[in-house]
Design a protein around this ligand. Sequence first.
Ligand SMILES: Cc1cc2nc3c(=O)[nH]c(=O)nc-3n(C[C@H](O)[C@H](O)[C@H](O)COP(=O)(O)OP(=O)(O)OC[C@H]3O[C@@H](n4cnc5c(N)ncnc54)[C@H](O)[C@@H]3O)c2cc1C
Length: 383
Amino acid sequence: MKKKLSTANRTFDVIVVGGGLAGLSSAIHLSKANLSVLVIEKNSFPKHKVCGEYISNEVLPYLDFLDIDVFKLGAKKIDKFQLSTTKSKLISTALPLGGFGISRFCLDNALAKRGLQSGAEILQDSVEDIQFSNDVFSVVTKSDKQFEAKIVIGAYGKRSNLDIKLKRQFIKSKSPYLAVKTHVKGSFPEDVVALHNFEGGYCGVSKVENDSINLCYITNFNSFKTYKDIDEFQQKVLYKNTFLKDIFTNSSPVFKEPLTISQISFDSKKPIENHIIMCGDTAALIHPLSGNGMSMAIRSAQIASTLIINYFNSENLDRETLEKKYLRAWNTAFKLRLKTGHIIADLFNQPKLSEVLMQGLKWFPGILPYIIKRTHGKVMKAE
Ligand SMILES: Cc1cc2nc3c(=O)[nH]c(=O)nc-3n(C[C@H](O)[C@H](O)[C@H](O)COP(=O)(O)OP(=O)(O)OC[C@H]3O[C@@H](n4cnc5c(N)ncnc54)[C@H](O)[C@@H]3O)c2cc1C
């Protein structure tokens, strides 16, 4: 058994930076193995997040291991997929594995509660700096608190102040993508996730636990900037797709204002930086068109947690080996999906090509489930 650090001056076995899906899943997993875990999350729970909120069923056995029953939380079972082009041509197919719809407001909150029950500490603060020296991490927060840990998991999402501190390559270039999300009440089938394309972007539609419909779209700044506001953009661009026009105009908003995020980058990142083990979007962001970022976040947490538990329990596993094993396992799990996600997004970025592609899919409907499988993983193991 590796010697743990003393806890007198707030030291932990593992500090998890960011309490989203990746951070909280790993916090539960690690605390279940009796490691001392501190999660530092800048926001309070519960909180809405910009996300399509459709998750592949591949995560269900692992969520079960974490003692999270999404259907008890009201998640909607989804087994059908609809895809439409900018010209409103529609293809429908069964989802090979299926999934479920649940809001991040609900899921992240349930994971946070479970994390506390399993013994993890959660601190609401923003991490400002992470230093590694003499085989120990020192983590400093905005409110000037300092903690030490043997291992730090970076699970702080797509983009953060820490990426600048760590001089990560992707943060140096501007990204043109922005996303908008809202919940509405209206009529939409519970068992369907739809992806409706419009010029310059695509919008995901599916139901979540409280019968709200989640509408979440991603577009690029060039398409957006010529319009005065979100309303005008939706009316003049999204509504050209008749499916989107129908959903937006025949529903009533749940949120006062839609949530927005910008600077979404799909550039590649390193899954380990300065010995920090990166999980979820901090390691890589797949195009939402593939609808699989959340299960990737949860799966990467499982991969990291299993290896970190082995690291603490085995004298023979040193940091270098831990990092090598994480990199290898991460690449095996995600490299191909990321590549496929990029190719699909590039194709759908070109309106004429995407129309041809859709015609091809109509003629050969068996191709669509095959493409979906390429962006999704196998069902996860239960620990
Ligand atoms: C428009 C859009 C639609 C999407 N739709 C889907 C979908 O339908 N299905 C799907 O599977 N995936 C989807 N995704 C991807 C999915 O949202 C992400 O992959 C997933 O949220 C990743 O989880 P995470 O835990 O890595 O990061 P997050 O959930 O972003 O969590 C990171 C956390 O870190 C915190 N944080 C950041 N910086 C700091 C700091 N310095 N100190 C402390 N805390 C910090 C943040 O507050 C946040 O809570 C979508 C993504 C986008 C952009």
